[in-house]
Design a protein around this ligand. Structure first.
Ligand SMILES: [Zn+2]
Length: 301
């Protein structure tokens, strides 16, 4: 393949235009008056968080590359980037993304950042897809080190991740009900991802996939869209202020850490799933699903 650095730069810039064009298209559909998927304040808040996230992501690119390069030194072999090895690299990145995303949901330290992306009760390309926490940009590189250990070129890993992130944009829409059956069977679609963003009991912690939905089917986290999704989180952040949206979960985490007695309880607060409490009074998603009860927590803001 050609100059990977140029491809990465070109793709990242092109992705921003792709995002803008799709948001504009969805906004035009909204203005025609057929749908009510957008709220202006929510959308402006999401654009602000998305820009901050992209800025930190660009700043982190050097760290990302350095970490990938360091890890690739320990690979048992080095693979040149060809169309075939890039497809294999993409599969490895998508597999890593599945676990990265699962950790963001099932470990409180991850959820404190990722809740921002799930905090809107709207579901659209402007107010949901763009909404990101800057902290996630700091987490990102470390989950892809194992892919570099497989011998793929560091820049190929970064390009595959950029393509993967770009793919994940379009499923954040309510305009597409179902894709063709063969496509739904293999790829992540709007129907799958609406489930992921819903707080219905059976939808919680489901459909983590980035490009391929097969990982969820393999690892038992797949759910079909059967009932109307109730978008948002169980501990709502009722603000359109980007600073509050980004920091509310960290303040809650700080309060829980301060209240925890002893080292074991504090590590539990950081590393156990959201909802876990040292006194045993909390309910995690798994516990709620096993008991068949949906229990919302207090709003974070
Ligand atoms: Zn998520």
């Amino acid at each position: 393949m050609g100059n990977l650095e140029a491809e990465l730069e070109g793709f990242a810039a092109g992705a921003l235009w792709f995002y803008g064009a799709l948001v504009l298209f969805e906004a035009l559909l909204e203005l025609r008056g057929n749908t009510h998927f957008y709220r202006l304040k929510d959308t402006l808040c999401s654009i602000a968080t998305g820009l901050a996230y992209t800025g930190v992501q660009v700043l982190m690119r050097g760290v990302f590359f350095g970490a990938m390069f360091f890890a690739s030194q320990f690979a048992p072999w080095q693979l040149d980037t060809t169309p075939l090895t890039f497809v294999l690299c993409y599969l490895a990145v998508d597999f890593a993304f599945y676990w990265h995303h699962r950790v963001l949901h099932e470990v409180r330290l991850g959820w404190a950042a990722h809740i921002v992306h799930h905090s809107s009760t709207q579901y659209n390309l402007g107010a949901t897809a763009l909404r990101q926490s800057v902290v996630e940009a700091l987490y990102e590189p470390w989950f892809y080190l194992p892919v570099a250990l497989l011998g793929f070129e560091p820049l190929a890993v970064m390009l595959a991740l950029q393509v993967n992130i770009t793919y994940m944009f379009w499923p954040h829409t309510q305009h597409i009900k179902r894709m063709p059956r063969w496509f739904e069977a293999v790829f992540v679609t709007p129907a799958h991802h609406r489930v992921h963003h819903a707080s219905n009991l059976s939808y919680l912690d489901k459909n983590y996939g980035g490009t391929l939905i097969i990982w969820d089917k393999l690892f038992g986290t797949f759910a079909e869209e059967r009932e109307a999704p109730d978008f948002g989180v169980l501990t709502p952040i009722r603000s359109a202020n980007p600073w509050i949206v980004t920091t509310a979960s960290w303040r809650a985490l700080g309060r829980d850490l301060a209240a925890a007695q002893g080292l074991r309880a504090r590590w539990g607060v950081l590393l156990c799933p959201p909802g876990w409490a040292p006194n045993g009074e909390g309910l995690t998603t798994r516990q709620m699903q096993a008991a068949g009860v949906l229990k919302a927590g207090p709003p974070l803001a």
